[in-house]
Design a protein around this ligand. Structure first.
Ligand SMILES: CC(C)(COP(=O)(O)OP(=O)(O)OC[C@H]1O[C@@H](n2cnc3c(N)ncnc32)[C@H](O)[C@@H]1OP(=O)(O)O)[C@@H](O)C(=O)NCCC(=O)NCCS
Length: 139
């Protein structure tokens, strides 16, 4: 299958981004906030198959030594074909001088371990909705 990688935000349908995040059980907001988040990110990756958005991810970073990955989704019909790995590897390339942190959705830790990530022993977070995050198994 032929995939096209896009590393900028041009022409992205932010309502679609919102739907993909929502359907994946991840945090989702109004479309304009997703646009703000992606446009404010240091690295963005969108993958298309025959013009259809197949997946995406982004990292915020100082561009020097620290980065954090967020909003990684592959549409179900395109999963298990290496697309998640492709998205993460493109992000890593963009922040290669950096330590990279992220929080995995419960059940996705194995995906990140395969890509070279290790579980943190002292990770701390101040979530806006700690009750919800506890329910989701994040804390
Ligand atoms: C997590 C996700 C991005 C993986 O995308 P994908 O395209 O299916 O992943 P890949 O095919 O690139 O998988 C890469 C490797 O990770 C493994 N893997 C994928 N999901 C896994 C999981 N949940 N647990 C353990 N290993 C997993 C694959 O088997 C593959 O291993 P291999 O290289 O030995 O064959 C995708 O399942 C998804 O979008 N899920 C919903 C959203 C989500 O949870 N995103 C992550 C938020 S932190």
């Amino acid at each position: 299958m032929d995939f096209r990688i896009q590393e900028n935000c041009e022409g992205i349908d932010w309502l679609q981004v919102r739907e993909y995040l929502k359907d994946a059980g991840m945090g989702y907001y109004e479309a304009h906030l997703h646009e703000k988040a992606f446009r404010s990110s240091y690295a963005v990756v969108f993958v298309f198959n025959a013009g259809k958005l197949a997946g995406f991810g982004r990292a915020i970073s100082d561009g020097a030594y620290q980065a954090a990955i967020y909003d990684v989704v592959v549409l179900p019909e395109f999963r298990d074909r290496g697309l998640g790995r492709l998205i993460i590897s493109h992000i890593i390339e963009k922040v290669e001088s950096c330590n990279i942190i992220l929080y995995a959705s419960p059940g996705k830790e194995g995906f990140y371990s395969k890509l070279g990530f290790s579980a943190m022993k002292t990770g701390m977070a101040r979530f806006l909705n700690p009750v919800k995050m506890k329910e989701k198994g994040m804390i």
